[in-house]
Design a protein around this ligand. Structure first.
Ligand code: SIN
Length: 512
């Protein structure tokens, strides 16, 4: 980011350069839009790393209702059924839209989309590209389309630091470049900043995704929901590299099985076996490893086809000295996706006038307690259209002038990582969550560079402590059963801080 940003006043500001941000900007064309992207367009965010693909009922014999049924089953009682059904009906058009923007999906000799199989889908339903390079291909196409679209201005190398809100309405957004901060006056901001993986020690997300959008919205007073539901991917490669390299679930879809170092196929008696819902498989691996065993994916039965179907996984394995056609692949669970986020309605509107959210940072009600594999990229494209329609129809008011220069330190997630990873991992309990909250509160309450990441991490722990049951991706060892009448939980930063202070006060009082 260089130069004066005042020329951008009055435009819609989309924060985030992944699939959700770029698709929203494209759907808003020809309305002038600014995309704020931390890195060069196309290089930012988790989308590039996505291997599996996009779920949509486009195969013979499939339909939206079957896609909806699988999504609801994975969501374990907490999905918004209306959102799920509307999403499933819109999903095939999202694939067509991406193809129209230039995404080249894998097709058979007759030109029909090839479909992959992933866990908890009862049929092949996952559209993919370059085998397991789906995210990379989608981002290539979107970036090229954005570069061709004159109504979109990309602020590359810039990050949003604060939302400016007056009388409950968005008035602007503070953006920071290499060494300057300035405000863009606007009455429409779309947050598309991705997930929270950078807040965890082990995650498949890029380190730069550490909940900045959640912090922006929470500090502005927006309601967040379902924060306790953090999805752990069962099969990241056991390696010291960050992010943890993903071994796509589609490998299990093609027949790979899980074994431990004693050669036992420990999923054999669990319903669904290796293709059970992601939380079930992640917990089984977690428990094996906690019992001191190592866990491996045995993909040898796939044979010589492995290299052409999974070129990215093959390259990852080769870099780590593993040949999947001959060797077992060492795996471990890793944080992968956040079901929780900024509460939005079916148009992507948040609880703050002028603030929309799209993609992983949003909580639309689609995923409930556990996201169905490959629903996230599809959700981003489907909601991008709905958000764009709503932003375009919102009455444009002239954005009020805002103070122009700001100084604000870059947020640093390092201080929050250890506490969140220990407290809110694959399995949680009250004691660990309380310890996490007590460790995070002083950071979250302060104004140092760790404050925003700590505030998000603390809100996740507060939500996880409040949910006294095990459901979907939220597994409480002290509450292993399910509540009779589950409900979604909404929380604001003010409420979470209040709970955390009360908890810290009670702990200090007991000590004294
Ligand atoms: C995978 O390829 O296993 C991940 C897909 C997803 O997270 O939806």
């Amino acid at each position: 980011m260089t130069g004066d940003v005042s020329a951008l006043d009055g435009r819609v500001v989309v924060v985030g350069g992944g699939i959700a941000g770029l698709a929203t900007a494209l759907r808003l064309a020809p309305r002038p839009v600014v995309v704020v992207s931390k890195g060069p367009l196309g290089a930012e965010g988790s989308t590039n790393w996505a291997q599996g693909g996009l779920a949509a009922a486009v195969g013979d014999g499939d339909d939206a209702e079957q896609h909806a049924i699988d999504t609801l089953a994975a969501g374990d009682g907490l999905c918004d059924e209306e959102v799920v059904r509307r999403f499933a009906r819109a999903a095939p058009a999202a694939i067509e839209q991406l193809a129209a923007w230039g995404a080249r999906f894998d097709r058979d000799a007759e030109g029909r989309l090839e479909l992959g199989q992933e866990a908890a889908h009862r049929r092949r339903r996952v559209v993919h590209a370059e085998g397991d390079g789906s995210g990379r291909e989608v981002m290539r196409a979107l970036t090229a389309a954005v570069r061709r679209t004159l109504s979109i201005t990309a602020l590359e190398g810039a990050a949003a630091r604060r939302l400016l809100v007056e009388d409950g309405k968005i008035r602007g957004v503070v953006v920071t470049g290499a060494n300057e901060s300035a405000a863009i006056a606007t009455d429409a901001v779309v947050l598309a900043t991705g997930g929270v993986g950078g807040l965890y020690d082990v995650s498949t997300n890029p380190l730069g995704s550490f909940g900045q959008g959640l912090a922006l919205a929470a500090r502005a007073g927006a309601a967040l929901a379902d924060l306790e539901f953090v999805q752990f991917h069962p099969t990241a490669l056991q390696a010291a590299t960050r992010p943890a390299p993903l071994i796509t679930e589609a490998v299990r879809g093609e027949g790979a099985i899980l074994v431990d170092d004693a050669g036992e196929r420990f999923m054999a008696d669990i319903p669904g076996r290796e293709m059970a819902a992601r939380d079930v498989v992640a917990r089984a691996i977690w428990r094996r490893r906690r019992a001191g065993r190592r866990v491996f994916l045995d993909a040898r039965a796939i044979g010589a086809r492995f290299g052409s179907r999974f070129p990215s996984v093959s390259a990852i394995c080769a870099r780590h000295g593993v040949d999947p056609t001959r060797d077992l692949i060492p795996v471990r669970p890793a944080e992968h996706y956040h079901m929780g986020g900024i509460v939005v309605d079916q148009t992507g509107r948040s609880s703050i006038d002028g603030l929309w959210a799209c993609g992983e940072v949003a909580c639309t009600g689609l995923h409930g307690a556990n996201r169905l594999a490959s629903n996230s990229l599809t959700e981003a494209v489907v909601f991008a259209g709905w958000v764009a329609d709503d932003v375009a129809s919102a009455t444009a008011t002239r954005a009020a002038p805002v103070r122009r220069r700001f100084s604000d330190a870059a947020p640093d997630p390092a201080g929050a990582r250890r506490a969140l990873s220990a407290a809110a991992g694959v399995e949680r309990d009250a004691e660990g969550l309380r310890a996490g909250i007590r460790a995070l509160l002083p950071l979250a309450d302060g104004d140092e560079s760790g404050a925003d990441p700590a505030a998000v991490a603390m809100m996740i722990c507060v939500a996880a402590l409040r949910r006294e049951e095990s459901r979907g991706a939220h597994a409480r060892v002290d509450f292993p059963g399910k509540a009779q009448a589950p409900a979604r939980q909404t929380v604001t930063l003010a409420e979470a801080l209040c709970s955390a202070r009360e908890l810290a006060f009670t702990a200090n009082f007991r000590k004294a």
